[in-house]
Design a protein around this ligand. Sequence first.
Ligand SMILES: O=C(O)c1ccccc1NCC(=O)[C@H](O)[C@H](O)COP(=O)(O)O
Length: 219
Amino acid sequence: MSLLVKICGLSTRETLQTALDAGADMVGFVFFPPSPRHVSLETGRDLGRQVKRRALKVALTVDADDATLDNIMDALSPDIFQLHGHESVARLRDIKQKFGRPVMKAVPVASAADLAVLPGYAAVADRILFDARAPKDATRPGGLGAPFDWQLLQNLELDLPYMVSGGLHADNVAEALRVTGAGGVDVSSGVESAPGVKDPELIKAFIRAARATRELSVR
Ligand SMILES: O=C(O)c1ccccc1NCC(=O)[C@H](O)[C@H](O)COP(=O)(O)O
């Protein structure tokens, strides 16, 4: 299986184009107003059109209600929902049934105990995204540029594809993949010059570094 690279929190045409041209497999759009990467439905619609099936469109939401998801379906028609809040297993099932899209559940990790939720989610989710657990006083549950202890995933037995995220950048993505054995990586802060401001050169460098890792490991 080839490595999946996701660039999250894209909000401009220019940086979306860079991610597509550099070969991102997934492009993520944040629909969460407190985030510096939040996109309106109108912007989501515009950026979604630009993707033209060159990558999977991922809609990131946080404990969104049905009306919000309905609006995102209409604007972006995402290929996948990334659920980054406290969504329960039952809510995942409900979203899949109502909206007919695969779901990627973000699982916040700070200690081994955080992995106890996996059997429940694994029964319903299509993919798991391991992310660093945000501090209690954080204004958002992700996209903070902080890594977690990747060793916690070292002996993971999970019958589901999973990606790793949290504080990744071009210089540590190889190590994250080596330690976690993840099938994909997701980045936001590590390809930005300031919160919410994507840097085209950092996007290209991240994708290059991630791809180089996989080439090394199949040799
Ligand atoms: O990006 C945000 O602002 C955000 C807001 C609310 C929930 C999640 C959010 N981001 C998550 C991601 O962008 C990625 O899935 C991942 O956590 C990478 O984040 P980073 O550590 O910034 O690379």
